[in-house]
Design a protein around this ligand. Structure first.
Ligand code: C5P
Length: 296
């Protein structure tokens, strides 16, 4: 039996180019894991197939769930013939929040099933399965800090940034990623992306800056389309910048907003202050950036 802590991610920086012929958008993004975790338990089961349960009743527990798809993909391998798996997922990472929870669950399922069944797949082999499941899945095979390019599936490690903490602002808004990209296209937006090597060099240097200076360099090209679809998210972004006197960014396609701190205690103090005055059900979480994880 394996019990895994599955971390969420934030996109510190996210630049996106106009779409490719297949509809996906070339991007260049600095991903880091954060200390907000789902729990995934994997064990063998006496009957063949996948026996999956999840504590969140809003999530599908069939082939639409990325955990089931990831495990199912590996069960097709000859080495896994007739294997039975019991998988339990406890959701703590909000869905539709740009925190990559579903992708993280899928990646840790690949890692966990590979280990549990002794399949002996290498990281590049697992990455090929990850890329089929979604653009963000491969990042979580590597973590905790990386530049992701292509449609997100090409991962180059980066050093963890000097700021050690983030304040996550989790509004009661779900942003559907395809709709945000569609709005991005409608607005005819798009950055010119440098090469991965140039980006790795630039972010390696910027990563040694203190939080306020690093924040000043961060961009998320999906903020304009997300805010066009959800103007209340733009209002929240601006209100937070006024209240905290620091740069706020959105993660992924939203709705999570964040800012960075050099010390976790400062992020915790800000979270407590904001929570005390909250009236719209928004949650505030102070989290570690790139938290250490037990070896799998
Ligand atoms: O790959 P994933 O399933 O995470 O992507 C979800 C949706 O986000 C895609 O269907 C597509 O609309 C959009 N997307 C994109 N370009 C990317 C990544 C995602 O257009 N690089």
């Amino acid at each position: 039996m394996l019990s895994l802590q599955v971390p969420a991610k934030i996109n510190l920086d996210l630049r996106i180019a106009p779409p490719r012929p297949d509809g996906f958008h070339p991007l260049s993004s600095w991903f880091v894991t954060v200390g907000l975790f789902d729990e995934l338990t994997l064990g063998t089961y006496p009957l063949p197939g996948i026996h999956f349960s999840c504590d969140d009743p809003t999530l599908a527990v069939d082939g639409r769930n990325l955990v089931v798809r990831a495990a199912g993909d590996l069960l097709l391998l000859p080495a896994a013939k007739n294997a039975g798996l019991s998988i339990t997922l406890t959701k703590r990472i909000p869905t539709g929040g740009g925190l990559g929870g579903g992708s993280a669950d899928a990646a840790f399922t690949l890692l966990g099933v590979n280990k549990l069944l002794g399949l002996g797949l290498s990281l590049p082999q697992l990455a090929a399965h990850a890329a089929k499941l979604g653009s963000d899945v491969a990042f979580f095979l590597h973590g905790p800090s990386a530049l992701c390019t292509g449609r997100g599936e090409i991962v180059d490690p980066l050093p963890a940034p000097r700021p050690t903490a983030a304040l996550l602002v989790l509004p009661q808004i779900r942003m559907p990623t395809p709709a945000v990209y569609k709005e991005f296209d409608r607005l005819a937006l798009g950055s010119t992306l440098g090469t991965a090597a140039e980006q790795v060099q630039a972010w390696t240097a910027a990563g040694s800056l203190p939080a306020a200076d690093l924040l000043a360099r961060l961009v998320n090209d999906l903020e304009p389309p997300a805010y066009a679809l959800a103007p209340e998210l733009r209002d929240l972004h601006h209100a937070l910048e006024r209240q905290l006197h620091r740069t706020i960014r959105m993660s992924g396609s939203g709705s999570t907003l964040f800012t960075l701190y050099d010390d976790l205690a400062d992020a915790q103090a800000a979270a407590a202050r904001l929570a005390a005055n909250e009236t719209h059900g928004t949650h505030y979480r102070a989290v570690q950036l790139c938290p250490p994880l037990p070896p799998l």
